[in-house]
Design a protein around this ligand. Structure first.
Ligand code: PLP
Length: 382
């Protein structure tokens, strides 16, 4: 008796593996998981708790609580000038379910999906699970910027979708309006879905602008926007996210979601609604992550890492070729063993020669982690 072979071949994510090792080391500092340390805005927890005390929690309506769907559509209109109606929003169990529902709903065995590297490992895992082939574009030699030429080259007759993720986990890169429009011009001529994972859209640093590809009218009908509240409002455990797409696709995807989860938690959906009504501006949270990212970048730069300052999200992705020739898993394990600082190897994002640091700890602790790494790196470079 065996479970599905594809499932058997999958591994528990490297991030979780390192985090588990880290938990066994006394006085270790875990900078692996993208879990905000900043508290959920109090107004959200207070009002949601009150709602629970006063209301019976029943199954949510199919597709999501209407008031939340309306808030999401209005938020995208107001902030990004993108027109989606409440009937084009599908609320999901985190953006993870939005991604899973989307891929499960659109893919057929043998389809190809373009994934821009370095990339969040969930994409490849889901593609494997649904029998599709990931076609990678490695942007590491181009400062992590995707170009129209790279995209043209990766697309074939079998391409069903392209997954974009800006600001990117792990690099924090975003594309400008002009760059996004050039990418859209390539995709416009092709019959394929554009899955735009915008989970870090609210955590963009000062002076930068996130430009969603859904703003490009020539491709909007091909786009499936993925977003949620985990990162922007520190609501990881609430498990509430959403997708937005043309009503004709949403009508199909709603079935996938229904037969997988019935509906996301009603209470969490209320929390999401309150987040948008009462705490939609998270710029002070983004500013805190920016300060931390600056600190990490300057410390790593001084140690000899190659760093590109992120423009959003809360990670720093650093190249270590001047420090070590080890592969990224061995390098991360060495740092963990010798300094007690847990980092994620580039391997987890299908690129070698890098490590990712999550800036999801207070500055004092980040400084302590940097001090430990600095003394160890000085020692090995003697
Ligand atoms: C790029 C990206 N997309 C999606 C997710 C999933 O987030 P959630 O399911 O909590 O909304 C993550 C979480 O780390 C992420 O980094």
């Amino acid at each position: 008796m065996e479970v599905n072979q594809r499932v058997r071949e999958m591994e528990v994510s490297i991030i979780r593996q390192i985090a588990q090792k880290c938990a066994k080391i006394p006085d270790s500092i875990n900078l692996t998981i993208g879990e905000p340390d900043i508290k959920t805005p109090e107004i959200i927890t207070q009002k949601t708790a009150k709602y629970m005390m006063e209301n019976q929690l029943s199954y949510a309506p199919l597709g999501g609580v209407p008031e939340l769907r309306q808030e999401i559509a209005s938020f995208y209109k107001k902030k990004y000038n993108i027109d989606y109606s409440a009937d084009e929003v599908l609320v999901t169990v985190g953006s993870t379910e939005a991604l899973s529902t989307t891929l499960k709903g659109i893919l057929t065995e043998g389809d190809e999906v373009v994934v821009v590297l370095p990339a969040f490992s969930l994409y490849e895992a889901l593609l494997k699970m649904y029998g599709a082939k990931a076609v990678f574009i490695d942007t590491s030699k181009n400062n992590f910027k995707l170009t129209p030429e790279m995209l043209e080259e990766a697309i074939t007759d079998k391409t069903k979708a392209v997954i974009l993720n800006y600001p990117t986990n792990p690099t924090g890169v975003i594309l400008s309006k002009e760059e996004t429009e050039k990418i859209a011009a390539v995709l416009e001529k092709k019959k394929l879905f554009i899955i735009s994972d915008e989970i870090y859209s609210e955590l963009v640093f000062s002076g930068e602008e996130f430009y969603s590809i859904a703003r490009c009218k020539n491709v909007k009908d091909q786009v499936i926007v993925i977003n949620g509240f985990s990162k922007s409002h520190s609501m990881t455990g609430w498990r509430v996210g959403y997708l937005m797409t043309h009503a004709k696709f949403r009508k199909e995807l709603i079935k996938v979601s229904q037969y997988t989860v019935t509906s996301p938690s009603t209470l969490s959906q209320i929390g999401g609604m309150i987040a948008l009504r009462d705490a939609s501006d998270v710029s002070s949270i983004a500013a805190e992550y920016e300060e931390r990212a600056k600190l990490i970048c300057s410390r790593l730069d001084a140690m000899g890492f190659d760093v590109v300052m992120p423009k959003g999200a809360f990670y720093v992705y650093a190249g270590y070729s001047k420090i070590s020739s080890k592969d990224s898993l061995d390098f991360a394990l060495e740092i963990l063993e010798k300094t007690g600082v847990a980092l994620v190897p580039g391997k987890a994002f299908s690129t070698e020669g890098y490590i990712r640091i999550a800036c999801t700890k207070e500055k004092e602790l980040l400084k302590k982690a940097m001090d430990r790494m600095e003394s160890y790196i000085k020692e090995i470079n003697l």
